[in-house]
Design a protein around this ligand. Sequence first.
Ligand code: SAH
Length: 384
Amino acid sequence: MSDAQQSRAGSVNPTPLPLVFDQPRGRRKPPRHLADLDADGRTVAAEALGEPAYRAKQLARHYFTRLVDDPADMTDLPAASRDRLVADLLPALLTPVRSLEADGGTTRKTLWRLFDGALVESVLMRYPDRATICVSSQAGCGMACPFCATGQGGLQRNMSAGEIVEQVVDGARAMARGDVPGGAGRLSNVVFMGMGEPMANYKAVIGAIRTMVAPAPDGLGMSARGITVSTVGLVPRINQLADEDIPVTLAVSLHAPDDELRDELVPVNTRWKVHDVVAVAWEYARRTKRRVSIEYAMIKDINDQAWRADLLGDVLRSYGDWSWVHVNLIPLNPTPGSIWTASRREDEAEFVRRLQAKGVPTTVRDTRGREIDGACGQLAATDT
Ligand code: SAH
């Protein structure tokens, strides 16, 4: 084939996108866990063990309300039942490998090993008025964003709903037991900003969210508005999320207001363009009445020019009144070996000023946990 023929063939059959929606075949699944099942499924599981149906709710109350998974602490259950139920429905899914603290212990990052050796991270952050857990939804990530540590290693596998919920339960337990300076408290917020693309693992992520918002004893009884799903912008999945009628907060990782640059920074942009993503985000805000967050990592001399701030403001405002959106600027946390670095202070300040001048609410993210490689995937990357 000549070069010309090749390039014509190339345009008809574009190179496959670096998207991996499906689990690689032939892998074992994580052990089944209470948090993988809905209330009916839990009843069926209890009965299959020869237990009365109501044991499912008793077990759920221990796990989700008392945050207990040790049979010794379940004294209202007959000893033999406890052991059976815990062995079958509360398998240990996460093994701590390492824990790092910063900010006087109010930021705590944990590296977890999953049943098959895969490594993921979660970060617990306590603030004066709230406590947030940042969770992973996949081991690795298939989205290949070049500035992100997780993006460099590709996708290993989707996490199960149980593996996602366990990160939240661990954070809730640490708060309840007063392990974080500030006394005993409550975990109020969950952000899907750890490893992975949550919308590429939709079923497990929505299952985990359902369990987080389910009232006791079936779930953690959290408020949907305290849960934030951050995505590169998988358009059909964002529509599906709006259909769920669980008004979680949506964060869209935009990082550039123009397709030319976004194609490079967020490769999925070759499939869904800036305007597709912003339009679906606007639609999400309209339908859920939740203000959408636009995430924008500030990368020195790459996406931080004043004209790009103006363009970003214009793009967002073209979808109507600014009150549907706010911009969250994240100083880039450089990944090892990357030539990219965080923006200069004065460029960041000008970027904020330009957006605010257009009436777009803008904040600069508090950069907690930098010294413990707080950015997405950096801890797991140094351990593999
Ligand atoms: N895949 C999802 C969620 C995980 S990352 C998403 O992309 O939204 C959470 C946020 O951290 C995203 O906005 C991501 O772009 C950003 N991020 C990743 N690596 C970063 C880095 N090195 N510095 C600053 N922000 C980063």
